[in-house]
Design a protein. Structure first.
Lengths: 491, 516
């Protein structure tokens, strides 16, 4: 019997329709590039075609894309990548010796000495060794085994792979995965795609978005009624919230994971983006090991890092890695088999990651420039984090927690009841209505808090702190003006 | 086991049931009687479909090859001085050189300071500038649109139009991907739905490139095998397609038909007539067509020519061109580029439902974008140096050298293998592999079976241990029951390939002798 006959309807006789496609895919949402961004792109097109708008450009403050916002790449990294791409440049005297050395080392580790060769599926071996050494240096000497390092196509790739491994069971035994609310919506998207159960635990907005073990426990206990909770995901520093977890908190989370038999996933892609006084990045791996063998020998964990954030901002290269701890050897074999089907992560991204974990050293020619560039990027971000918090907190109806780290601000906005009603009329979530208005009136593209999750009855938006400081000041000013206007209009 | 122990085990079993509900650790009795806590993630508690996934191209034989390489580098004595990895279509790893122009542009894109460097030709610079201008912040480090950089998609569309004699191509139908594999898996994912007898079935050739079987296993879709005709140079037979689909309708819902042309592992280049017949079949049986065309420039045999499914579809007129749903895939990994590591690729989607397209765009957005260096490279592949441009001469020379070397090696391989009694090799019409049929003596089949190994795995493992040559057994790709094959790439440099072929010949003779 043909599909058409079964359906009883004709979609021009199409094989693949909304009704006959993968139902999980339909449940996937990803707000960071969702409807508001599509509208922003449309507006950009209209501007180009000469349509008159109340603004001359669209500012895409929706996505953590530093280079798109004018941040410059690290010279050393791009020099090495150029040499790897076109090794004839090794003869070129304008490149410093340390650049040439790094390029040669990378090329020697590639098949046929070319970055065009496939690498092993786990990633180029000497790069994994460099990653392991980086982790050891970062974590005060705690050993890292290169065999536990898997290079990936951005951190997203590895996160999805691990989640995929973890999903099993049916009905009440279906794998449940605990994620923070608010969260980076890769997690909710992946869980929808995999048909896993999403278990929300709320970060505490009144305490600078901190993580609360009592809240973890509440979420877990409630979830046990309807699924099999097996995983706990943490993003530290947080996205969208920017909170940098205290060491005590990380210990408590590890203890909780052990007690409750949960696989820990630590998304640490913003590990260099720490701005606030008194805040410090503590890797889950380090804390785990410092808690002694009772924990470090048992807790199963995967930590994720990427070349897209921090001071590098090299999103387009899709570089990343994960370190897995205490993974069952049989599962490891399955993991290797699974990643082998996609052959290997992009080699330019692997090369870039190698430079990130193995940057110029004090005695090397490129060191000074490297440090200058790195420091400039990170201190500018710190400045913009403070500026953003400060300005938003001068606006009645906007409250902004300190941006302790990462690249975003996630302020709470008060929406007048009339606006909420109007949104509902239009079939829009209230903060989407707000953000759409801001886009149409000021050309500023943010992502509504509903895209990340928030406590019922609260509204937020996520804005990046990435535009250059001057532009950022203008953006903040416009948002302030918009908010006052909006509040006035719907009062 | 005494009664007390049985009770203890029963109680433990019961308490472990409720323990599961409470999510507390399952206790595990180890051999020495000590209770140790089971891990959260074990072979029993992991995703069951992942366990069903196999990918022979990097499977157990390759793992052994890597081990042997390690042993060699540690100074262990072996009957060979190096391991030759003829298992994977990795041209650069086997010594093929990249196209100079491509790498120059990529270097300029990576480090735009070089734009002021006089050693780079003007056309390389202008390509690089064009690419950079379409990147956020003029940097390859910015995310691109999830569908891929606009201007690159436009260039891809123009390339397709040129290739297909003017048949129109809409850039909106072009999706850049992380290698072709990414696009293929994404399409399969969209297509999978249903339960039990309505579960999506996907027709794939036997032998096939095992990405397909792996993806279907992972997605829990039903794999529907259709056998290529070895006696007719691996050609596709519509009656065989019909047989396969009819049978499959009894237990699943066949919805997609995958073709690899030129073929992998078989290398056959389908005739235009065959492609028309397949399209007609897909239309009649209401199947979504997936045309894997990553080897489109790798055509060697006299009388063979690449015909894109898109072109043939449109030349069949609106009855087909406006209705048949088709996705065609291409990549930067094969052809004359061999740039596997860049993970560049695209797919062209024809006649996809608009609502599904929206879903596709949404799905892709979660992974943000394909690697930008790979997108840049794809731009150069579809928009290479033109006559009159400074780099044209070298470009054509390099491209021609690579493709003609491959053609030579294809012929050589077929020729040498066919001189071996017990090996029979179809012409390598295209792609990068030979997939010869091998006769394995009954004694060897028996020993393999005793060892729990596929006979051709047994054969290939022996070859690896004795000669250092790493091939992939035919069982990794699928083959008719009772037949055996291996897949070997034709990529090693000609001199090395000659030696390789000789060693394979000698091994086969030895092996046959040993098990006679």
């Amino acid at each position: 019997m043909s599909q058409q006959a079964v359906n009883g309807i004709s979609h021009r006789g199409r094989v693949l329709t909304l009704d006959s496609m993968n139902p999980n895919v339909k449940r996937v949402e990803y707000a960071v590039r969702g409807p508001i961004v599509q509208r922003a792109v449309q507006i950009e097109k209209e501007l180009k075609e000469g349509v008159k708008k109340p603004f001359t450009e669209v500012i895409k403050a929706n996505i953590g894309d530093a280079h798109a916002m004018g941040q410059k790449p690290i010279t050393f990294f791009r020099q090495v990548l150029a040499l790897c791409s076109y090794p004839a440049l090794l003869e070129d005297s304008k490149f410093p010796e340390d650049v040439k050395k790094r390029a040669q080392r990378i090329l020697e580790a590639c098949g046929g000495h070319s970055i065009g060769a496939y690498s092993t599926s786990q990633g180029i071996e000497c790069i994994r060794q460099d990653v392991a050494r980086y982790i050891e240096k970062r974590d005060g000497g705690i050993p890292s085994n290169p065999d536990n390092i898997y290079l990936s196509t951005g951190a997203s790739d590895a996160i999805v792979t691990i989640l995929k491994l973890l999903v099993c069971g049916e009905g009440r035994d279906r794998t449940g995965v605990m994620i923070s609310i608010p969260q980076y919506p890769l997690y909710s998207a992946a869980l929808a795609d995999l048909g896993a159960v999403q278990i929300n635990y709320y970060l505490d907005e009144d305490n600078c978005w901190s993580l609360n073990i009592a809240e973890l426990r509440r979420a877990l206990n409630a979830a046990r009624e309807h699924c099999n909770p097996r995983v706990l995901c943490i993003i530290n520093p947080g996205n969208p919230t920017g909170q940098v977890q205290s060491r005590q908190c990380i210990e408590d989370v590890i203890r909780f994971a052990k007690e409750e038999h949960l696989f820990l996933m630590a998304d640490e892609v913003y590990q260099d983006n720490v701005y606030a006084e008194g805040c410090q990045f503590h890797s889950f791996k380090k804390v785990l090991f410092e808690m002694g063998p009772e924990y470090s020998n048992t807790v199963e964990m995967a930590s994720f890092h990427s070349t897209s954030k921090c001071y590098m901002g090299e999103c387009g290269f899709r570089g990343g890695y994960m370190e897995v701890i205490n993974l069952d050897p049989e599962v490891k074999a399955q993991l290797i088999k699974l990643v082998s089907v996609r052959l290997c992560p992009p080699v330019p991204g692997q090369a870039l990651l190698d430079l990130v974990v193995n940057p110029p050293q004090p005695d090397e020619p490129s060191y000074a420039t490297f440090m200058t560039e790195r420091t400039a990027v990170l201190s500018t971000l710190a400045e913009k984090a403070r500026l953003t918090e400060q300005i938003f907190n001068t606006v009645p109806g906007i409250t902004c927690n300190p941006v302790q780290g990462a690249m975003y601000t996630f302020p709470c906005i008060t929406l007048p009841q009339k606006a909420i009603d109007k949104a509902k009329e239009l079939g829009l979530v209230p903060d989407m209505f707000y953000c759409m208005r801001l886009l149409e009136e000021d050309g500023i593209c943010l992502v509504p808090g509903s895209g990340f999750g928030q406590r019922e009855g609260t509204y937020h938006f996520r804005m990046t702190i990435l535009p250059p400081t001057d532009k950022l000041k203008v953006v903040l000013q416009k948002i302030r003006e918009f908010h006052l206007r909006f509040t006035q209009e719907f009062s | 086991m005494n009664h007390g122990t049985a009770l203890l085990w029963k109680r433990r079993a019961l308490s472990s049931l409720s323990a599961t509900r409470r999510g507390l650790p399952k206790e595990k009795m180890s051999e020495n009687g000590i209770m140790s806590r089971a891990k959260v993630l074990t072979i029993d508690t992991m995703n069951p479909t992942v366990k069903k996934v196999e990918y022979a191209v990097r499977g157990p034989i390759v793992q052994r090859a890597v081990e042997l390489e390690r042993e060699l580098s540690e100074g262990m004595k072996k009957p060979f001085a190096e391991v030759i990895k003829a298992n994977i279509g990795d041209a650069h790893a086997m010594g093929q050189q990249p196209i100079t122009f491509f790498r120059q542009v990529l270097a300029l894109c990576s480090y735009p300071e070089l734009l002021s460097d006089s050693t780079f030709p003007e056309d390389a610079k202008s390509r690089a500038c064009r690419i950079l201008q379409s990147c956020g912040g003029n940097s390859m480090g910015a995310y691109s649109a999830s569908q891929g950089i606009d201007s690159v998609r436009q260039d891809v569309a123009r390339y397709i139009e040129r290739r297909d004699g003017g048949v129109a191509c809409d850039p909106d139908n072009i999706y850049l991907t992380t290698g072709a594999s990414d696009g293929i898996v994404t399409m399969l994912k969209l297509l999978v739905c249903g339960e039990g007898t309505t579960r999506t079935g996907v027709m794939i050739p036997i032998p096939q490139y095992p990405l397909y079987s792996a993806a279907l296993a992972e997605l829990g879709a039903v794999q529907i095998d259709y056998f290529l005709n070895e006696e007719k140079c691996w050609s596709l037979d519509i009656t065989e397609l019909q047989r396969a689909v009819n049978e499959a309708r009894q237990y699943c819902n066949p919805r997609a038909l995958c073709i690899i042309n030129p073929g992998n592992p078989t290398g056959q280049v389908q005739s235009r007539q065959c492609i028309e017949d397949v399209i007609r079949f897909a239309a009649k049986e209401r199947l979504f067509l997936m045309a894997d065309e990553v080897y489109q420039d790798n055509v060697y045999a006299e009388g063979c020519q690449f015909h894109s499914f898109k072109k043939v579809l449109f030349e069949m007129g609106p009855e087909y061109a406006e209705t048949v749903e088709l996705a065609s895939f291409h990549s930067t990994s094969k052809c004359y580029m061999g740039e596997c590591g860049f993970r560049g690729g695209y797919m062209e989607i024809i006649n996809m439902d608009d609502e599904v397209k929206d879903q596709l765009t949404k799905l892709l957005s979660v992974r943000l974008c394909p690697p930008v260096p790979g997108q840049a490279l794809m731009d150069l592949v579809v928009n290479p140096p033109q006559p009159g441009e400074p780099s044209y001469g070298s470009f054509i020379k390099e491209r021609t050298a690579t493709l003609s070397a491959l053609a030579e090696k294809a012929k050589l391989t077929e020729q040498v293998l066919n001189t071996v009694q017990g090996i029979s090799c179809n012409p390598v019409q295209g792609a990068m592999y030979s997939f010869p049929r091998i006769t394995i003596p009954e004694k060897a089949v028996k020993e393999a079976t005793e060892k729990g190994q596929q006979p051709d795995m047994f054969y290939c493992m022996k070859m690896l241990e004795e000669t250092g040559i790493c091939l992939v057994p035919g069982s990794g790709f699928g083959q008719k029951d009772g037949t055996y094959h291996f897949r070997m790439t034709i990529l090693p440099p000609t001199d090395k390939l000659k030696i390789l072929l000789n060693k394979v010949k000698e091994f086969h003779q030895r092996f046959t002798q040993q098990y006679s």
